[in-house]
Design a protein around this ligand. Structure first.
Ligand code: 13P
Length: 249
C-alpha cells in the first residue's frame, strides 16, 4: 500500500556539468522501475531548474535540500519553498542532521520549514536520527520520538510528509545499524506518527532509511518491515549506483 521512495541527496555536490548523471538516471528509470518505486533526486538549488528541464516526462522527480520557513522577505541568501517550487522542485528535505549541526536548526525550525513546504503543495522529507553517543546511551528511540513530536506538523498527511530516519553516525561513514535496530526504529517511528498525524495517515506515511545505503546493502535494508525506501547520499551521485539501489526495491 506504500509505494517506496528512493531519494538521492546530492548535498553540496554537483555543477551543471554533472547533470548528465541525472539524465542517465532518467534514461534508466524504466516503466517497470517506476511502477515499483518513486524516484527523486535533490541536487543543489543552483541546478534545480536545469535538472527539472532535463527530466520532464521521465521517472525522475527533482527536489531540494532545504528552504526558509518564510515565503519571502528580508532573508539574504535564503531560498523559499515557493522559489524552489517555481524552479521545478516537487519535494524538499528538511531537518537533515547536517542542517541541524551546521546551522543549529531546532525541531521547531524544522517544523516551520515542513509547514512551508506542505503549504506550497510539495512533499516534505523530514529527517530525524540519533548520534552515536545517544545510541550507546540507549536513548535512540527517545531522541527520535522527541524529534518527531517537535518536527512533524500535526496537519500533515501521508501525501505530503515522508520521514527519513538517518542515524547521524551512519551518514557518510560506511556504518549502518543492524537490521533489527533499523526495523525497531521504523516501527517506533510509525507508532509515534500515529500520535501526531490524523487517523489513518501514519499507516500510509512512508518512512525512509538513510545512512550509508549502497547497492550492496540496499536489498536487505529495503526488505525490512516499515522501511518504505531510502534517502541516499554519496551513492546517489552516480546513476549506476542510484539505479542499482532503486532496482533493489
Ligand atoms: P550517505 O548515503 O552518504 O551516508 O548520506 C546519507 C544522507 O545523509 C542522505 O541524506
Amino acid at each position: 500500500m506504500r509505494k517506496p521512495l528512493i531519494a538521492g541527496n546530492w548535498k553540496m555536490n554537483g555543477l551543471r556539468a554533472d547533470l548528465g548523471e541525472i539524465q542517465a538516471m532518467a534514461k534508466g528509470a524504466t516503466v517497470a522501475l517506476r511502477r515499483k518505486a518513486d524516484l527523486l533526486i535533490c541536487p543543489p538549488a543552483t541546478v534545480i531548474s536545469k535538472a527539472t528541464m532535463n527530466t520532464i516526462g521521465t521517472g525522475i522527480a527533482i527536489g531540494a535540500q532545504d528552504c526558509h520557513a518564510k515565503a519571502s522577505g528580508a532573508h539574504t541568501g535564503d531560498v523559499s519553498a515557493a522559489m524552489l517550487f517555481d524552479a521545478g522542485a516537487t519535494a524538499v528535505i528538511v531537518g537533515h542532521s547536517e542542517r541541524r549541526t551546521d546551522h543549529a536548526e531546532k525541531d521547531a525550525d524544522v517544523k516551520a520549514k515542513a509547514e512551508a513546504v506542505i503549504g506550497q503543495g510539495m512533499l516534505a522529507i523530514i529527517c530525524v536520527g540519533e548520534t552515536r553517543a545517544e545510541r550507546e546511551a540507549g536513548k535512540a528511540l527517545a531522541v527520535v520520538r522527541r524529534q518527531l513530536r517537535g518536527s512533524v506538523p500535526a496537519g500533515g498527511s501521508a501525501a505530503d510528509i515522508v520521514v527519513a530516519y538517518e542515524p547521524v553516525w551512519a551518514i557518510g561513514t560506511g556504518l549502518t545499524p543492524t537490521n533489527a535496530d533499523i526495523a525497531e526504529m521504523h516501527a517506533d517511528i510509525r507508532k509515534t506518527l500515529k500520535g501526531i498525524l490524523a487517523k489513518g495517515e501514519a499507516e500510509k506515511c512512508r518512512i525512509l532509511y538513510g545512512g550509508s545505503v549502497k547497492p550492496s546493502n540496499a536489498a536487505e535494508i529495503l526488505a525490512l518491515d516499515d522501511v518504505d525506501g531510502a534517502l541516499v547520499g554519496g551513492a546517489s551521485l552516480k546513476a549506476a549506483d542510484f539505479l542499482a539501489i532503486a532496482g533493489a526495491v
